[in-house]
Structures are given as structure tokens and as C-alpha cells.
Design a protein around this ligand. Structure first.
Ligand code: ARG
Length: 629
């Protein structure tokens, strides 16, 4: 298992160093104990809020990290005060008192610049990371093992979210849309956990409908138990394709369709033998999916699906809908909902033969989840943007039906949509199944790795490595851009070790790991479990390359919060690239080998923290960071 950051069970009160620094005011939504950046922003906002007479929370929001030049910046006009900006600046400068957080204040245009005490920033950041990874700020597993917490926050404490993602259709292709939903959904679930929420992961399978009648008939003609055992997903698909072909023409075709309808009707009516057969297909498919998901570090708390929408609840809802003012009965008997007043077109809720639709099931399923999970604070649907209309329609209908969780300003239902992937065909043809895509990815990655013979020879388990790096390549390619953008699956670029790719991130993580190992061999071991900060010469990390890394490390908790607001994995991916670029630049400058021991140790510590945070960021993205490659 690969564990993303998660808040510790007992709230972390902060490292001893924090308590030696000037006391900070309490402010909701901030936590200096877990976020060094919050500490600095509060230290700046507190006196400034008194100077300006503006509430602390507003000033706090105005304190922005300036990055590189080790400054925080406050742009004064944002507070819309009647006093002239230069007068405000004079006043703030006159009232400013240097302290261990901030050494100096100056003007820049309409802004105030705060020059921080870099040693405080460095010592606080590195020791907070240490405590939240190896010390009393970590999350403790059932078996007593510590799991990294740095980057997490408790803002979602006591809140519950259901995340529905992946949701493929049994006996049908697992297409690029399902892959994206899987990648993005699994990330979002981790992200909510990192923000302190209780998360339930749901997979809503396409597992009901007449096609299962066809599949059952196909099985009788073309089914093969052996093939079902080796590759159920593909075999069921093949069977389905074959029977569909037979059903295409002539009288025989008509007969097959009629029989399939009968079979499905049997399922609907609860006929045991039909359901047993259907369930066998469903279970064996889920078993195979689960194995494949496992390779992606993805798991589900519940495999629900269209089949789980109960007949009784469908009936109850349809009865209610028939009575509603926003539905109409067509002459042919179909039930229609008119959503044109909301620019959401018209949609069918019940066919003329009385059967419900995909839309109807979603309406009912949402309510079942509300009941089954004893309510929720949020429910997220990760669905391709092709289904935007569908999703907007069922959200709207739930609202019109006055269900308790779909009220207008309640915002409990959230659609996370995404664009299309072009060109995801494989060398062997068109990839239609998840494990085939992943196998092809692994092979391709393996080929790329073999090209570096010397390195390849050192690999302990090339198969495993190729698999993990391959998964990383696919995921990073998918999550690097804004969700809504389409992108083209680029088999060559994503496997490159150069440029902003998954393999590049893994390579950096591995390099950081091997640095720790190599130095340990030379006798330079960081006592990471019980490291005494006061013995570490953090003030010696004064090169601009070191400071750049420290700033990035200090901002990680804020990145996690930002991502939870914008729901963009790219926020985290971009952070990973910034961090790895900074590490690359520091490599030549912050040499460890052969240095004075104090210098060497503190540099090693910085790189160690960088490794820990990069590892957490990758895990948050559902990626297993490799230690060797
Ligand atoms: N199975 C559907 C498809 O493949 C996706 C399901 C999306 N989720 C939902 N609640 N409708 O298109």
C-alpha cells in the first residue's frame, strides 16, 4: 500500500521550536503547528491587522509568499481603506518590530515586503516535516508504524464524502474516459483524506440491462470456462461481440433479441437462475478489475452499480415523478421531464414500455446512497464531460424533487468532469481493456529502461520497476494539465526520463533515496527517528538553492489545501515539478560528500525532507515512489 499524507489521530501541537518563538494568535483555518507558512503569515498579519484596523482573517488572506526572494508580500490597496497607501506604508513601517519571524519590512510599489528570518523558516520547516513524518506528529497505523502527516490538515474533520469514480460497464470496453475517471477519482479521494475527511470510494458499474440477456445467450454458444478464468473481462467482451454479430441480421437475429429481452425480464422479475448467471459474470469481472486497480494503487469501499438500484425505490420515485408538475406523459406512454426552463433540454425518465433509464437510476441511486451512508457532506461524481448534460439533469431533478441533499445552495453534489484523451491506441491495435493498456505501458517502459544497459543490470526487480514507472508515466501525463482539457496520449513523450514526465519524478525520488543510502555507507547517518534540531546547523543552509527548496517545502500544506479547492491534480503535479527542479539545481551546489560534518549533516537533512515531501506528493497522486531504479 502506498499511503498519502493523512492527519494524525491526536492533533499535533507543533514542534518545541514553535513554542519558543513569539506567540501567534489563533485564527480559524490556520494551523502553525502543521504549516510553517501559516506561522509566518500569522506573524505578519497579526501586527499589521492592528496597524490597519482590519480584521486578522482578512489581512491573513492578503499575506502572500513571494517565493525566491524570501519575502512575504502584502498588497495594500486590496483592503480598500480610506487612508492613502503611502501613509499606510509609513505607519506600518514605523510600528514594525523585528522578531524571530520577520527581520525587516520595506515598500515595493503599493505593497509591503516582509523579509523573513530564513533560519527560523528553515529550522521550523525541517523540524515540522521531521516530527510529522517520524515523530509525534505522524499518523500511527494499527501495527504501530508511522505514516507521514506533513501536508495534511484537519479542516475536514467530522465530515464525510462519497467519491464515485471509474464506473466501467461490464462486458464492454474500458475506454480512456474510464481510465481518466479512475486516475482523477483516486487522487481526489486521497486529497479529501489529506484534508481530514472520512472518504468512501464507490465504483458505479454498468451492470444491468438487456445486454446481460444477450451476454447470457452468447455465453451458451461461445462461452469457455478456461478463458473466463484467464481473462474474464476480455472473454466476456468477445462473447458479447460475437452474439451481437449473430443478432444483427435476419430472423435469427430477431429471435436472439427476443430471447435476450426475456432473459433480462427474468432478471428484473428476480428469476433465480438468471440472476445466478448474471452474478457470476459480475463477480468475476469485479475480481479482475480489483486486481488491475491494485496495480494503480486504487481500491474501492463499494462496488455499487446500476443493478443495485432497487426496483422498489425506482417504483416509489417514478410514482412521485409522475405526480410532479415538471413531468409530462407522452401520448405513447413515455414519461418526460421538461428541463428547458433551466436550459437542460428534455429527458426521458420512463420508456413507453415502463422501463426506467440510465438517468432514472442515477436519481434513485443518489438517494439510496444518502440512506445507506447515513447522509454525507459531499458526494463527488467523476464523470467525463461528454456526460455533463446527463449529470446536470439528474442533479436538477433531485433538486426539483426536494431531496434533502440536493438543495440549491447546499452544494453537496459535485461533478468533477474532464476532457477526452485522443490516440490511446496501442502498438498492437486499439486498447480496450484496462489491464491491456497497463501491460502495454509496462512493456514499453521496460523497453525504454533496457536501453540504459548499465543501469538496467543493477535493477533487482526490473518487471516491478517497469510496472511502477509505467503507471507513473500514464498518471502524470493525465494529471499534468487542467482536467477539462483534452490531451493526446503520447507513448513516446510520457516515457522519457527528461522533461516534465512521470519517469523524471521517479528518477529524482530514487536519486534522493540513493543519496541517503550512499552517505550511510560512508558513515554519515541522519538519526532521523530522534533527530535533535538544536544540534543541526540550519543557519548554514544559506545558499539560494537551499532556500528555494525550503520555501517549497514550507508551502506544501498550502498546496494540498489549494488542490482541495480547485480539485485540480495539476496543482500537485506542478508542485512536484517545481520541487524536483529546485532539487536538481541544488545538487551541484549542496555537496554532502567530503564536507565538514555539520555542513554535510544539515544538507543531508534538507535532501531527506525533500525526499519525504516529494514522496508524499507522489503518494497523494496515487503513485508509489520508488527507492531504487
Ligand atoms: N458507466 C457509465 C459509462 O460508462 C459511467 C457512469 C458514471 N456515473 C454515473 N453515476 N452516471 O458511461
Amino acid at each position: 500500500m502506498s499511503h498519502p499524507p493523512i492527519p494524525p489521530q491526536t492533533p499535533f501541537k507543533g514542534v518545541p521550536l514553535l513554542h519558543q518563538l513569539p506567540k501567534l494568535p489563533d485564527l480559524e483555518g490556520t494551523d502553525p503547528a502543521t504549516s510553517p507558512q501559516d506561522a509566518f503569515r500569522l506573524a505578519i498579519a497579526h501586527p499589521l491587522s492592528e496597524t490597519l484596523g482590519v480584521p486578522l482573517k482578512d489581512v491573513f488572506l492578503g499575506v502572500a509568499p513571494g517565493g525566491r526572494d524570501s519575502d512575504f508580500k502584502v498588497v495594500l490597496p486590496r483592503f480598500r481603506l480610506p487612508t492613502k497607501v503611502d501613509q499606510l506604508q509609513e505607519k506600518a513601517i514605523a510600528e514594525f518590530q523585528p522578531n524571530e519571524y520577520v527581520t525587516k519590512i520595506s515598500k515595493q510599489g503599493p505593497a509591503l515586503l516582509y523579509h523573513v528570518n530564513i533560519n527560523t523558516l528553515t529550522a521550523l520547516t525541517l523540524s515540522t516535516i521531521q516530527a510529522m513524518t517520524y515523530g509525534d506528529g505522524a499518523y500511527v497505523d494499527e501495527d504501530g508504524k508511522k505514516r507521514p502527516s506533513y501536508g495534511s490538515n484537519a479542516s475536514g474533520q467530522g465530515k464525510k464524502v462519497l467519491v464515485e469514480f471509474s464506473s466501467p460497464n461490464i462486458a464492454k470496453p474500458f475506454h480512456a474516459g474510464h481510465l481518466r475517471s479512475t486516475i482523477i477519482g483516486a487522487f481526489l479521494a486521497n486529497l479529501y483524506e489529506a484534508n481530514g475527511w472520512k472518504v468512501y470510494r464507490l465504483n458505479y458499474l454498468g451492470d444491468w440491462g438487456k445486454q446481460f440477456g444477450l451476454l447470457a445467450l452468447g455465453w451458451r454458444r461461445f462461452g469457455d470456462e478456461e478463458k473466463l478464468k484467464t481473462d474474464a473481462v476480455k472473454h466476456l467482451y468477445d462473447v458479447y461481440v460475437q452474439i451481437n454479430r449473430l443478432a444483427e441480421d435476419g430472423e435469427d437475429g430477431e429471435k436472439i433479441h427476443e430471447e435476450a429481452r426475456m432473459f433480462f425480464k427474468g432478471m428484473e422479475d428476480g428469476k433465480k437462475e438468471n440472476l445466478l448467471e448474471w452474478e457470476k459474470f459480475r463477480n468475476i469481472s469485479i475480481e479482475q478489475y480489483a486486481k488491475t486497480y491494485d496495480r494503480l494503487n486504487v481500491h474501492f469501499d463499494e462496488y455499487t452499480g446500476e443493478s443495485k438500484v432497487s426496483k422498489q425505490n425506482l417504483e416509489k420515485n417514478l410514482a412521485k415523478l409522475r405526480e410532479s408538475s415538471f413531468t409530462t406523459r407522452e401520448a405513447n406512454g413515455a414519461l418526460l421531464v421538461d428541463l428547458t426552463p433551466y436550459k437542460l433540454e428534455k429527458a426521458l425518465l420512463e420508456r413507453k414500455d415502463g422501463t426506467p433509464l440510465y438517468l432514472t437510476r442515477d436519481i434513485v441511486e443518489a438517494q439510496q446512497r444518502w440512506d445507506n451512508y447515513n447522509g454525507f457532506d459531499k458526494m463527488i461524481y467523476v464523470i467525463a464531460s461528454q456526460q455533463d448534460l446527463h449529470t446536470a439533469q439528474f442533479f436538477k431533478i433531485l433538486e426539483l424533487m426536494n431531496v434533502p441533499f440536493a438543495q440549491k445552495d447546499d452544494n453537496r453534489l459535485l461533478l468533477i468532469n474532464f476532457g477526452m484523451v485522443q490516440g490511446m491506441s496501442t502498438r498492437k491495435g486499439t486498447a480496450v481493456f484496462l489491464d491491456h493498456i497497463l501491460n502495454e505501458t509496462k512493456e514499453h517502459m521496460h523497453d525504454v529502461m533496457k536501453k540504459n544497459e548499465a543501469k538496467y543490470a543493477q535493477l533487482e526487480d526490473p518487471e516491478y520497476t517497469a510496472d511502477v514507472v509505467g503507471m507513473t508515466a500514464v498518471k502524470i501525463q493525465d494529471m499534468a494539465g487542467k482536467r477539462i482539457n483534452n490531451y493526446t496520449f503520447d507513448w513516446n513523450r510520457m516515457f522519457s526520463f527528461e522533461g516534465d514526465t512521470g519517469p523524471y519524478l521517479q528518477y529524482n525520488h530514487v536519486r534522493l533515496c540513493s543519496m541517503q543510502r550512499n552517505n550511510a555507507q560512508d558513515g554519515l547517518v541522519l538519526p532521523i527517528e530522534d533527530l535533535d534540531v538544536s544540534t543541526m546547523h540550519t543557519e548554514r543552509l544559506d545558499a539560494k538553492e537551499a532556500i528555494e527548496i525550503v520555501w517549497l517545502l514550507a508551502s506544501w500544506p498550502e498546496v494540498v489545501k489549494t488542490a482541495s479547492r480547485d480539485h485540480q491534480a495539476s496543482t500537485v503535479v506542478t508542485y512536484c515539478f517545481k520541487l524536483t527542479h529546485a532539487i536538481s539545481s541544488a545538487w551541484e551546489k549542496l555537496i554532502v560528500k567530503g564536507q565538514d560534518r555539520d555542513d554535510a549533516l544539515v544538507r543531508l537533512w534538507l535532501f531527506r525532507c525533500a525526499k519525504d515531501v516529494l514522496g508524499s506528493a507522489l503518494r497523494l497522486l496515487t503513485i508509489t515512489p520508488l527507492e531504487r531504479m
